[in-house]
Design a protein around this ligand. Structure first.
Ligand code: GLU
Length: 308
């Protein structure tokens, strides 16, 4: 049996449609800080998309980064979302319970010959980008310049045997070359430049991203792709800052034989200076707003007013 079908069997994929045939949506925060107004907006968009058409809203805890995830932030997520009036089925899917599934997915991709080990440190990557005059760039800045893609097989083997730490990257050009056609996804919201409708993916915009970090053996891109399939998500709603990541996720879904959900990218909640909110913006944390006596209905209003 080929590695991908083994992997898909392991996922025990659920029926993607809810009994009422509405979308299955999700909100997937990382427990690395307190939720703020931007999270409230994202959670409400996902919950409303499900509720308005008889679908199901799921919560997921994106905690692959064990060094940054904290139990008290996970507890705060449950409390803050309940206070907002949201409900979700339990038990909640936590990434840290699925590390072996990410390994199966990684092995399946490796079996396709579309991965390579990368021994570069962050510093070496920065130096290489500064050194080469035509370093590749995407909409989000400089891309991995491909240093380790060109390493001789023999060197790779030697360095691995020597115990050098390495990450695993996807070779995007090689991955696309294994496919008959460019995969597409349906955008029901809007990308950063107003993209809508059926969109052919351009994972080159992100370049050869890391699929297995040297510290945790997986990555945001790999875990999210596997989780959305494992949870049967049929509509991914999230901020348009993740629009380019979607191109990578659809590539991974296609390579792994997983279904491609629809995507609805939404605008972001911004502060008074027009910057998107970050976890450091304690003043707009749901905790703080609640302590100031602001009601959940008022939080919803505030989020809508600040979205841009
Ligand atoms: N956990 C991710 C975050 O907090 C969101 C996952 C996603 O929507 O892809 O940014």
């Amino acid at each position: 049996m080929n590695p991908i079908s083994v992997f898909c069997d392991k996922l025990r994929m659920r029926d993607r449609q809810s009994p009422h045939h509405g979308p299955v949506t999700r909100f997937a925060p990382s427990p690395t800080g307190l939720l703020h107004l931007g999270h409230a907006y994202a959670a409400l968009v996902a919950a409303d998309a499900a509720d308005s058409s008889g679908g199901i809203f799921l919560l997921r805890i994106d905690d692959i980064d064990r060094a940054r995830s904290r139990a008290e932030f996970e507890t705060a997520i449950y409390e803050d979302l309940s206070w907002l009036g949201l409900e979700w089925p339990k038990p909640v899917y936590r990434q840290s319970d699925h590390l072996d599934t990410y390994q199966s997915a990684l092995a399946a991709l490796d079996g396709l010959g579309v991965l390579y080990p990368c021994f570069c440190t962050r510093k070496q990557i920065q130096e290489e980008i500064a050194r080469i005059s035509d370093a590749p760039h995407g909409p989000e800045g400089a891309l991995y310049p491909g240093t380790c893609r060109h390493l001789a097989m023999e060197t790779r083997r030697e360095w691995i045997e020597d115990g050098r730490p390495f990450a695993m990257r996807i070779d995007v050009a090689r991955a696309l070359a294994t496919l008959e056609a460019r995969p597409e996804f349906y955008e029901s919201g809007a990308g950063p430049d107003g993209h809508q409708g059926q969109i052919a993916i351009r994972p080159e915009l992100l370049g050869d991203v890391v699929l297995a970090r040297r510290d945790i053996g997986t990555s945001y891109h790999l875990a999210v792709t596997v989780d959305d399939a494992a949870q049967g998500i049929s509509l991914v709603t999230r901020g348009h800052d993740l629009f380019h990541a979607t191109h990578m996720h659809v590539l991974l879904q296609t390579l792994l034989g997983l279904p491609t959900p629809d995507y609805g990218h939404h605008r972001l909640v911004r502060d008074a200076a027009g910057r998107r909110l970050a976890k450091r913006d304690a003043a707009l944390s749901l905790r703080e707003l609640r302590a100031r006596g602001i009601t959940p209905a008022a939080v919803r209003e505030m989020a809508l007013q600040r979205v841009a």
